[in-house]
Ligand binder design. Structure first.
Ligand code: G1P
Length: 907
């Protein structure tokens, strides 16, 4: 039987004894910024940001080390003390024996329930956790049922340690910061308001109140409290064997206060006698607020069991609605996984790239490339909010084509880099166009290119190689002109600048320099001589696409010229001789950087669009040709692929070195995606990848072969064990991009294999040992690592929708061009997808009664709402933007009938 079983269409699932697996945790969070992780034993943590942790911060190793958790005890008269969350010394001892409590997890988007039955205590408990929509708090509802034939008398006690400070203090001043604690009890719980907050900003007066409060399901207050850890545990005690529980020690009253101690949300409820089958429930709120009135309000809002259930229902509905894409293929299990994958981009928007136990780095923000790629999925699910996001994100681009890497809390807010350790990631300039392109395709809103946005300005100039010594706070963080006014350039100008500057920043082999790293953050030790051929391909693809979109722009907006800042013109139309000369290219870039290092002229020039198109195409062709002629490598068996990198000694990285085959996936992905690799080369790449990188049972395509060298002239990744993270793991993000690239070029079977092996491994719980979703990577034995917060989810979803189901926009028209394989249709030959497009909800079904596979079918007929037939020239079905706008906002059904391609058509 499958370890994880789905219960319904929503993706709710269940699993037995989840605590018998290591490293499992689940996210529950709210739009108000509270973010928690929760384990099967109710461990994990909860925080608002880096400096505001309600519960002690945890990384994965703490999940089995820590005894501190969201505990809830029942002191059962005449029997003993039962932890309903399984966090007791007794249960630890019984684990893996026949006496172990029977437990079962139920979970869905943002809610988590553990049911646990104890044969010894003859009690059943259901503990439900979620973050309600309107409050910055976590609700823990505990329902106890007497399973015995006899009456039983229990005294319930919640015991949740309140950490109440910055994550920095987990080791740094852990004790001293407890001295700042001011702890009090009120009628419903324990409140902690530290006097100061110690964090990287220094010592700040603190206004945050952390609290754990409780109420019975009938609205009754607790009877006493255990606010101090020391007193509760007793000398030599622990959270799994505390003195107060062991010896049944009464707590202290409400309205007491204490200073300078580690605090506990210890809440004792009235002793109660339960008849057989009788149930009783308790609600615990774990929260943080600067406004003490909010605590009272919250207590009222969750005062009864019914109110809690109502709030839970709202949470369920809210997130089900947010994930507004549903899939139907031959495998129901896979369809459920796809829904969880589609939920992941929402999690990453809320958690950033930090704040779940594996993600124990960073301070909550997202990096530049993540910001843009996360938009891809959001664009599909909620396009209306994305326009503003895209436009304001362009405000992070500097005049030299680099960008701010510290993203502020608010949309479009970037933080100046004040230290001298600047890093320029050479891939950053590539991503904004990818997202903007998808936006234009989905909406047809090519006018976004005309939006005027400022440029970011700080001390960093000349692409991070020098400092503008006269810049200070009085200048501000927006690029200025000579006359002191802020300069606003179009989105199109920002895009041109990001890509054109990259063209000139080349190394000795005339590929774009690595600088700090590219997509692979761990290729970070080749600053001087490293080059990324992989991303040179990617940029070349951008140049071609930019040219194509400029053609559309010209046609749709009926304009022949665009306005650009005078300075930028020198980056266009350089002589073709310069293409071949890396030194001259760098020089030109240097001259450009000097011109705009402090202010720019503010003068504008009109340039013919045609001229720009020609220039972009000429540069793209040159780059692609250069790569094709210089970077194709082969082994002795005739396998071939592209070299993707040069190391810090200026040496080609991939190929065969003393029989050691060195192949990396990234270079192949962008060679294919950009159109640099020709058909025959793609075939060869696939063969090589299958030979050297593919390992089905651990998720499929690895990021690289084993180099057997600590190659520190390229990056820290070679310090990682092989098969982990960026060193040769099956890294989902790159594997999905590989699949995407293959689908895009019509290599459907190959793309499917990449996508499906990832999913197959994730779905095989005995290997992946993870809840539904896609992990950042699978380790050497196939365990799913770093679940939930990965950019791979955005790409997986995008690839499924726009490539596999082939439902996508082209300048705002809805295009349907399925690339489904035979095995993806159900027994009746049907596959379907529900999604929103152009603010309308569609259910699109594909009928393939002859069970044909991709390549042997074509669209025979496509029908919308049973009446409108639409044009299906070029094998695609199309519903024009105009037609779309005529449709109402109710659900629309589109039926797509597939038929066999005739021999003549095959030709
Ligand atoms: C992570 C980072 C991403 C980076 C990648 C490879 O991937 O978020 O920016 O490119 O590692 O170093 P993710 O966790 O999003 O899959």
């Amino acid at each position: 039987m499958k370890a994880i079983r789905f219960l319904n269409e929503c993706g709710d699932f269940t699993m037995e004894q989840p605590e018998n697996y290591s490293y499992l945790y689940f996210p529950i969070a709210g739009e108000n910024k509270i973010k928690s992780s929760i384990t099967p034993n109710l461990g994990g943590d909860s925080k608002i940001d880096q400096n505001t942790f309600l519960l002690e911060p945890v990384s994965v190793e703490n999940l089995h080390n820590n005894r501190s958790s969201r505990n809830f005890w029942c002191m059962v008269e005449g029997v003993g003390n039962w932890s309903v969350t399984g966090q007791s010394a007794e249960e630890e001892y019984k684990k893996f024996t026949k006496e172990q409590d029977k437990s079962r997890l139920f979970a869905g988007f943002m809610w988590h329930r553990i049911e646990r039955i104890s044969s010894k205590y003859q009690l059943e408990a259901k503990v439900t956790s979620f973050v309600p929509l309107d409050y910055n708090l976590e609700v823990m509802q505990v329902e106890i049922c007497n399973k015995s034939e006899e009456k039983q008398t229990i005294t319930p006690i919640a015991a949740i340690p309140i950490y109440g400070r910055s994550a920095d203090n987990i080791r740094d001043h852990r004790h001293v910061t407890s001295l700042l604690h001011r702890i009090s009890t009120n009628k419903s719980g324990v409140l902690v308001k530290p006097t100061l907050s110690f964090d990287e900003r220094g010592h700040q007066q603190n206004k945050m109140i952390y609290y754990v409060c409780g109420v019975t399901g009938e609205g009754e207050n607790p009877t006493s409290f255990y606010p101090i850890v020391d007193d509760y545990l007793g000398e030599g005690g622990s959270f799994t064997n505390p003195l107060a529980i062991r010896e049944d020690i009464e707590g202290i009253a409400a309205e007491e206060s204490f200073e300078g101690k580690e605090a506990l949300g210890g809440i004792r409820f009235q002793k109660i006698t339960l008849e057989p089958k009788q149930k009783v429930s308790y609600t615990i709120l774990i929260g943080a607020t600067t406004d003490s009135k909010k605590i009272e309000q919250a207590m009222l809002s969750f005062q009864t069991k019914e109110k809690v259930e109502d709030a839970l229902q709202k949470v369920k509905e809210y997130y089900q609605e947010k994930v507004n894409v549903k899939y139907h293929t031959s495998d129901e299990n896979y369809d459920h996984y796809l829904r969880w994958i589609s939920f992941q981009p929402i999690l990453r928007r809320m958690y950033g790239c930090s704040f779940l136990p594996y993600h124990d780095y960073g301070k909550g923000g997202r990096g530049w490339r993540d910001l843009w790629q996360d938009c891809l999925a959001l664009l599909i699910m909620n396009p209306s909010g994305v326009r503003d996001m895209i436009v304001s994100n362009f405000g992070g681009v500097r005049m030299d084509g680099t960008n701010a890497t510290i993203i502020g809390n608010k949309q479009g807010e970037f933080v100046a880099d004040r230290n001298n350790i600047t890093r320029v990631w050479m891939d950053h300039g590539f991503w904004p166009f990818l997202t903007t392109k998808l936006y234009i395709d989905q909406t047809g809103d090519i006018e976004i290119l005309n939006e005027k946005v400022p440029y970011f300005k700080d001390k960093q100039i000349l692409r991070g190689t020098s400092q503008d010594e006269i810049w200070d706070d009085s200048y501000g963080m927006k690029q200025k002109c000579l006359d002191g006014s802020i300069y606003y350039g179009s989105v199109l100008e920002h895009l041109l600048l990001q890509n054109l500057t990259a063209f000139y920043e080349v190394g000795e082999h005339n590929h774009i320099r690595m600088r700090g790293a590219d997509w692979n953050d761990a290729l970070d030790m080749a600053e001087q001589k490293g080059e990324s051929v992989a991303f040179t391909c990617a940029y070349a693809g951008n140049f071609k696409d930019l040219a194509n979109y400029l053609r559309e722009y010209k046609k749709m907006l009926k304009v022949d010229t665009i306005v650009l800042s005078k300075e930028i013109v020198m980056l266009l139309n350089c002589s073709k001789e310069l293409y071949e000369n890396p030194i001259e290219k760098q020089k030109l870039l240097q001259v450009y950087g000097q011109i705009c290092k402090h202010t720019i002229s503010g003068s504008l020039v009109n340039i013919a669009i045609k001229e720009i198109i020609d220039d972009l195409e000429s540069k793209a062709n040159w780059m692609m040709e250069h790569i094709k002629t210089s970077e194709w490598v082969e082994d002795s068996l005739g396998h071939g692929w592209f070299n993707g990198y040069y190391d810090n000694h200026g040496r080609q990285v991939e190929g065969v070195f003393d029989k050691n085959v060195r192949m990396m996936l990234t270079g192949q992905v962008f060679a294919i995606m950009s159109g640099t690799a020709q058909k025959e080369q793609i075939k060869a790449i696939c063969k090589s990848a299958d030979t050297y990188l593919y390992q089905k049972d651990i998720g499929g395509y690895r990021l690289n072969t084993n180099f057997y060298e600590e190659k520190f002239d390229l990056g820290r990744m070679f310090g990682f064990a092989y098969g982990e993270k960026e060193n040769g793991a099956v890294f989902s993000h790159m594997t999905v991009m590989y699949a995407n690239a293959l689908y895009k070029q019509g290599f459907v079977k190959e793309g499917f294999q990449a996508l499906q092996s990832l999913a197959d491994t994730a779905m095989d719980f005995n290997t992946s040992k993870m809840y539904p979703g896609i992990p950042e990577y699978f380790n050497d034995v196939g365990r799913g690592m770093y679940p939930y917060l990965t950019g791979a989810a955005s790409w997986y979803m995008l690839t499924m929708i726009t490539q596999v189901f082939g439902v996508r926009g082209e300048m705002g028209d809805l295009i349907i061009e399925p690339k489904l394989l035979k095995e993806q249709f159900d027994q009746e030959g049907i596959a379907s997808i529900s999604l929103t497009f152009s603010e309308r909800q569609f259910e699109i079904s594909f009928y393939n009664p002859m069970h044909l596979t991709y390549g042997s079918y074509r669209i025979e007929r496509a029908v919308c709402n049973e009446t409108i037939l639409f044009d299906n020239s070029n094998g695609k079905a199309c519903l024009s933007k105009k037609e779309l706008q005529k449709l109402g906002t109710s659900l629309h059904k589109i039926d797509v009938f597939l038929t066999k391609i005739s021999k003549a058509e095959c030709k």
